[in-house]
Design a binder for this molecule. Structure first.
Ligand code: ADP
Length: 575
């Protein structure tokens, strides 16, 4: 929270001071209204001078309008400041999220990042607005109100003052207890968002396997957790209002009883008692507002901590100083040098002793069961993670010494969980990179996407739905392959991309790769032998280790698993 106040609000200190000043004037005017009323009743009316009565009446009207106008202006300024400051916070948070390392994203989880970017920044915005709107007004109303009531009737004011410590104790104590509760509410709703996202993404399979009841039960459980933590937190906060109300109302009764006695004894006038009661209400409202401000503040403090925890995360995966390694034309395109890697820093290694080289323009095939570490190998190659042991080199240079932009610009890639965006087909292929229309079309041709794209009336300008849901699985895959091919990258990675393609299209794609992407080094991750049979080097992965390596012929001759796979897949093909 400190950073929000001292860093993000700093540029607005000037505007805030002006806003506070306007608010101050408006509040002071508000504060004097009951006092003028008391003066009219007790001092002006008894004189019977109509002119004076009208004059003070007019003063009251001017004060009311002035107070209203100034409050509106100050509130608008406050909203502008909180909106602008929150925008900067959200912007910084977004930029930081985009540059988190894959390990950091794993640690925080995506739904939590989303709720930090949405709910938490909203809470901060809400707090900044409210504190500016009430932070000056409520204390002035409370303190100024007490000062004026002191001039009206010091004895009655004592009753009022005696009640305030109780109210302050209640608000401060309860908000202290509530901060950790709100943190738990936020964590629970992160979990809920995670589940909803998962279910929404997998709604078809959930329905197809009649798992709706199971999912509903899972949802109910998480939802109950949210409700229970929220209930605890809001139950705690809900005590503030009634408790302060109870105390203030009791005090008000005491004031009325004591006030009536004092009027009867001739120690005080009726107008003063009337004004006193009005101040009492004003002070009551102000104190309740201060307590509400504590609620908003405690929520926002928890949110600010969650947001700043991300913004202040250390930058990982920086490029190391270029020691001995530099990119060099003759070096192999890809070299894994005894690489071992584990997700998290404990547990079993996901990849163990991966060691191979691939020359420029060659094709690498990676085969293996699901979970054998194929995608992880790609992630290390693109430096989403750093290996625990060994080195990954690209054109002779340790990938850790390359800055991420330069490194990733050399790749064209489709991942297993890739997605299409709600945009035109051309833009989905181009993805913000400076490729010409001709390059985009060529990529589509090579990816075997051209015919179905131009078959549509709008061709490359056709709009895709969210995630490309208006295309078939195979069509989506082809657009994504076109995206990877676009601009003839140095290294092309197709991670299980041909799985949704029929054999004929897959073969055509392979032919196009051979013909037009001679210089491109290709890495093909596949389940099907036919997709990698032509590769210069095939790695068979099992349990994160290289079980066997060689060309198709070599593996057929030597690797039992490969022979089995071949027999089953070729059998399937023949049928
Ligand atoms: P493949 O691509 O061969 O199916 P992966 O490389 O995706 O296999 O996964 C290899 C193993 O690493 C699996 O056991 C998987 O559960 C684990 N794994 C993958 N990604 C992560 C991650 N982000 N955090 C922790 N474990 C992971």
């Amino acid at each position: 929270m400190k950073k929000v106040l001292t860093y993000y609000l700093k540029p607005y200190y000037g505007r805030m001071t002006l806003g506070f000043f306007i608010k101050f004037l408006g509040t002071v005017m508000d504060l004097f209204l009951p006092w003028i009323l008391a003066y009219i009743i007790d001092s002006v009316i008894p004189l019977g001078d109509r002119g004076m009565i009208y004059f003070y009446g007019l003063v009251m009207v001017v004060c009311s309008i002035g107070a209203f106008a100034m409050n509106v202006i100050a509130n608008r300024m406050a909203s502008a400041v909180s909106r602008d400051a929150t925008r900067t916070i959200r912007h910084d948070l977004y930029a930081r999220i985009m540059h988190l390392s894959a390990a950091q994203t794993d640690e925080v989880t995506k739904p939590s990042l989303i709720s930090r970017l949405t709910t938490d920044t909203y809470n901060i915005n809400n707090m900044l607005g409210r504190v500016q709107r009430l932070g000056v007004r409520a204390p002035i109303l409370t303190i100024g109100g007490i000062l004026i009531t002191l001039t009206l009737d010091p004895v009655l004011t004592l009753i009022l003052i005696a009640t305030l410590p109780f109210i302050v104790y209640i608000t401060v104590h309860i908000s202290k207890v509530s901060i950790p509760l709100y943190l738990r509410v936020q964590d629970a709703s992160d979990k809920l968002v995670r589940l909803v996202r998962e279910d929404a993404a997998g709604i078809r399979v959930i329905k197809a396997l009649s798992k709706t009841d199971v999912e509903r039960a899972r949802f109910d459980e998480v939802s109950r957790e949210v409700i229970q933590t929220e209930k605890k937190a809001s139950g705690m906060m809900a005590r503030v209002g009634p408790l302060t109300g109870l105390i203030l109302n009791s005090a008000q009764v005491a004031v009325i009883v004591a006030g009536a006695a004092r009027v009867a004894m001739g120690q005080c006038e009726v107008g003063r008692i009337l004004a006193f009661m009005t101040y009492f209400t004003i002070i009551l409202n102000a104190v309740v507002n201060i307590s509400k401000m504590f609620v908003v503040f405690s929520r926002a403090a928890a949110s600010a901590d969650r947001v700043m925890a991300i913004i202040d995360m250390p930058v990982e995966m920086r490029a190391l100083p270029q020691a001995q390694t530099r990119a060099c034309e003759e070096a192999p395109a890809i070299a894994f040098d005894h690489v071992t890697f584990r997700y998290g820093k404990s547990g079993e290694a996901t990849l163990t002793d991966i060691d191979f080289t691939l020359e420029r323009g060659q094709t690498l095939g990676i085969l293996g069961d699901t979970g054998s570490g194929k995608s992880t190998l790609i992630r290390l190659l693109m430096r989403f993670y750093d290996p625990d042991e060994g080195t990954v080199r690209l054109f002779g240079q340790d990938v850790r010494t390359m800055d991420n932009e330069t490194l990733r610009a050399r790749f064209g890639v489709t991942f297993q969980s890739d997605t299409l965006f709600e945009d035109s087909i051309a833009e989905n292929i181009r993805l913000g990179r400076p490729f010409t229309d001709e390059e985009v079309m060529q990529a589509a041709r090579d990816a075997q996407a051209y015919s179905f794209v131009v078959g549509d009336k709008q061709g490359f300008a056709s709009a895709l739905n969210v995630r490309g849901n208006n295309l078939s699985g195979g069509q989506k895959q082809r657009v994504m392959i076109a995206r990877a091919l676009c601009g003839h990258p140095d290294i092309l990675i197709l991670d299980d991309s041909s799985s949704a393609l029929d054999y004929r299209t897959d073969a055509k794609l392979r032919a196009a790769l051979r013909e037009h992407y001679e210089k491109t080094t290709k890495v093909l991750v596949a389940q099907r032998i036919s997709s990698v049979a032509h590769a210069d080097l095939i790695l068979v992965l099992s349990g994160g280790r290289i079980l066997a390596r060689g060309t198709h012929e070599e593996l057929l001759a030597s690797c039992e698993l490969y022979q089995e796979l071949y027999a089953s897949q070729m059998g399937g093909l023949a049928q």
